[in-house]
Design a protein. Sequence first.
Length: 239
Amino acid sequence: MQDFQEDEKKNHDRIMLVEDDTTITRVLKRQLERWGYEVFDTVDFEHVMEAFAGWKPDLVLMDLTLPFFNGYYWCSEIRKVSDVPIIVISSAGDDMNLVMAINMGADDFLAKPFGMEVVVAKIQAVLRRSYAFVSEKALCCVGNVTLDLTEAVLHYKEKELKLSGNEFGILKILMKNPKRPVSREELMRSLWESEHFIDDNTLTVNVTRLRKKLEEIGLCEFIKTRKGIGYQIREEQVR
């Protein structure tokens, strides 16, 4: 695993590491601390939520295979109380695990074995897209749909939808370009800075989850698939 000490950065972000493999925990903690992150490694896997509430992390790295309860369970429990970004890590990097993890609230997925450069790139990208919008002070409107860029909340009629970092990023770029299709590559570059660090399926699952949430507030088919191109806001909403 590559040593990143020569590129040390002072990030001061707090990362909660929920991983029962002590070797992986030790290596991740050492390397991430060299990048300036504060890392808290969980030792009580039966009471993860108590540790989460006490430490108040900026990001969670969550293994899927854990004692007592699996990572899917803890993702769903965290989502009941917080929108903090979650990256799940697992040796089972198949599509089903990816879909289940994101449906339970995860923001991204790391398949073991992984290189440290990929871990750091994903952490940096997830933190940027989850917290960068706080400094923006504007609204983005398409028809009768309004995206609050300050609070990452979508307003439609009298309903509102609070968005995760991924969901906010997808809607922001689509709603800022309502009259043209946005390619999958453009979306991935916007969300993850480089397609090299993202599985194409991750974008698909995020869009699917976002569409489901939009449908729950009455916005059916708001995001249209342009076959072979990408995605675009439904034309009826643009007028």
